[in-house]
Design a protein around this ligand. Sequence first.
Ligand SMILES: C[S@@+](CC[C@H](N)C(=O)[O-])C[C@H]1O[C@@H](n2cnc3c(N)ncnc32)[C@H](O)[C@@H]1O
Length: 320
Amino acid sequence: MTRRVAIDDVARHNQRMWDRLAAAGIPYTRPQGTPPKTRAAKRRFLDPNDRLAGMPLDGQRVLALAGGGGWHPVLFAELGADTTVLDISARQLKTVRELARSRDAKVRVVQGDMRDLSGFADGSFDIVWHSHSIVFVPDAHRVIGEVGRVLAPGGVYRASTMHPVTLRMYGTWNGTGWGFTQSYFEDGAVPFEDATWEFDDVKVDAPTLEYGHRISDLINACAAAGLVVDGFWETTPGEISTKVPLRALSRERLIAERDDPEAGSDDALERYLPAFIEWRARKLSPGGSGSGTSTAERSRKASGTRRGGSRTSPRQRPSR
Ligand SMILES: C[S@@+](CC[C@H](N)C(=O)[O-])C[C@H]1O[C@@H](n2cnc3c(N)ncnc32)[C@H](O)[C@@H]1O
């Protein structure tokens, strides 16, 4: 029997939906691709945009937050990190547990709601890695508050989620343009007409509750939690040519330039607007202004690795 871990009806609902999505095996619930063998290549596979530039992972305490269903926790462990994964879905965690076992990697698996990290002591992690899931809770500030508490001084929080403007525009094509399903200033779950998650031949009806957190709210939640944002990115998977101003391209040419998406589709919308936002923040030292040397900076200096981004993540979002 599944232990009750959801802290409210939203979490209970999304827990059921993610168990359903995992049972159907959509990409977010199956490890995608095959990681390379060498350490350096494995690390690029895990962190293709080099958001943890210069931070050695060996011995670091990593929390893969809402990180069930994929490679991330297992790869952190294989790269020497003392790794914990927390997720609300038992099925998503089962995937990680089995993957870890099959590769002889040690991952601590915890079922829980990302808004309640009370099972972890203050300052007990050096890195919180949080991909594509804060969209599933209405109160992002609560998650980020907990992240600020469990991170050690100098620790790094790296997170990604749906772009809050683009999220409100999926599925609104009317033949000539896109509109909005919800005002940017509304807080409720973003309405979707079609709750089908569709990947190749797999189609699942799973009306997850998703919240388009305003960028200012996310940044301010970091500030309130003692986290200084030192990187913020807006990305769309795949390559988009920015050599020619978008307004100078015909719609046909724009579409042809990226995988030939269907007119009015989500992929076509993501030609004009980013699919995702991603940010990195560092936990201040006690009473600190952020000017002290963080764990990450110390590691960077020690390893002499350069900072800087690389390519956009190739992750795909579900088509609706
Ligand atoms: C889109 S998947 C992302 C999975 C993984 N992090 C990745 O990037 O492949 C979203 C994950 O969030 C989890 N989730 C949803 N609501 C949650 C909550 N309130 N607390 C913890 N995990 C939650 C789901 O079970 C699912 O595993």
